[in-house]
Design a binder for this molecule. Structure first.
Ligand SMILES: NC(=O)c1ccc[n+]([C@@H]2O[C@H](COP(=O)([O-])OP(=O)(O)OC[C@H]3O[C@@H](n4cnc5c(N)ncnc54)[C@H](OP(=O)(O)O)[C@@H]3O)[C@@H](O)[C@H]2O)c1
Length: 320
């Protein structure tokens, strides 16, 4: 929740204006938290998608393939930028291609780029940190590394944040379990790292509170507990008090998985948060999926209660 992130400081906003490019899952949570500090936020949405509105938040349509990207007048006063848009189908960075020249003309103090820990490639289950040379194996991870490098070459005040699987309210296994569509797949020694969406925001704000000279060029944002997906699914089922599906052996079912699903299972690594949590002193809101799933379920249930009250004509207090 926004309050959980913002109330623990230490970043209390900055003079200037934040631009969030990509009003998706992480972008919206970050925008809401920044706006709650009092810093005005401009967030992009693709035409046809609902813009995020709220106190201190304005939205602007942006689709990289449409011209003009964003009118220069709309970008007046922007000092900070967060880019959440992934590489395009051509493997290039859509934001840099479309808005790079406009961004270069702004008095930017900070540009955060959300990347993925996929750039490290398969590590056979070993820990990876920011000092490891990326060796991406999957085509999408090679594209991602190329995008990181293009941003690095832009000369903008860049910080790259490498993220493992993002979860949080609406992105937990609860709906799949309820619908009976979850699969309990076991692959020996396979683990996944993950991060709660509010710890992305929390880590970004923590980092923004540091003097610019102390902000690392690359930062992993992951929780403390990489683990098998069978473990997280088991805990989700426990929280819902619902049965788990039968265990399936990855070796047996791999050919039936989509190429995308197979690609996720093809890499195994533990993403280290040592730089973030030990060197920079960030305290995770959700050190593991356990705290994160519990809070996400509560937030989903609060939203449902709010929606229910609203639809029955009463005032619903939806959190977020
Ligand atoms: N999800 C994960 O588990 C995960 C893990 C590691 C890293 N990441 C990366 O971290 C970043 C944030 O993740 P997320 O899950 O918050 O992403 P998300 O919800 O998909 O948000 C991405 C946003 O970018 C917008 N966008 C995409 N292509 C665009 C384009 N060509 N022009 C303009 N806008 C465009 C999307 O618009 P639409 O909503 O209209 O598509 C969406 O609002 C992404 O780069 C993602 O690839 C994600």
């Amino acid at each position: 929740m926004v309050s959980a992130v913002v109330n623990r400081g230490p970043w209390t906003g900055a003079s200037g204006r934040m631009l969030v490019l990509g009003g998706g899952y992480s972008g919206r949570r970050f925008a809401a938290a920044v706006a709650a500090t009092g810093m005005p936020v401009l967030i992009s949405h693709r035409p046809g998608n609902d813009p995020l509105l709220g106190e201190g938040i304005r939205s602007v349509p942006f689709a990289s393939e449409l011209r003009p990207g964003i009118e220069p007048a709309a970008l007046e006063g922007i000092t900070h930028v967060l880019v959440t848009v992934p590489p395009g189908r051509d493997g290039r960075d859509p934001v840099l291609e479309s808005l790079g020249a406009s961004l270069a003309g702004l008095p930017l103090q900070w540009l955060g780029y959300l990347s993925t820990s996929g750039v490290y490639g398969d590590r056979g289950g070993a820990w990876v940190d920011e000092s490891d040379t990326p060796t991406p194996g999957l085509p999408r991870s090679r594209a991602r590394l190329a995008c990181e490098q293009a941003w690095q070459a832009s000369g903008l005040p860049l910080q790259v944040f490498r993220l493992p699987a993002i979860y949080g309210p609406g992105r937990c296994p609860f709906n799949g379990l309820r619908a009976g569509s979850s699969r309990l797949i076991h692959k020996p020694a396979q683990v996944f790292s993950r991060i709660h969406v509010d710890d992305i925001t929390g880590a970004l704000l923590h980092n923004l509170a540091l003097p610019a000279s102390q902000r690392p060029a690359v930062l992993n944002v992951a929780d403390d507990r990489p683990c098998p997906s069978s473990e997280t699914l088991g805990y989700a089922a426990h929280l819902l008090n619902c049965p788990l599906p039968e265990v399936e052996s990855y070796r047996r079912i791999q050919d039936s998985l989509s190429p995308m699903a197979r690609s996720f299972w093809s890499e195994n690594r533990r993403t280290s948060n040592r730089r973030l949590c030990v060197e920079l002193g960030y305290r995770l809101l959700y050190p593991s999926y356990r705290e994160g799933f519990r809070a996400s379920l509560q937030e989903e249930q609060a939203l449902q209660r709010g929606a229910g009250c609203t639809s029955s004509g009463q005032t619903g207090a939806a959190s977020g």
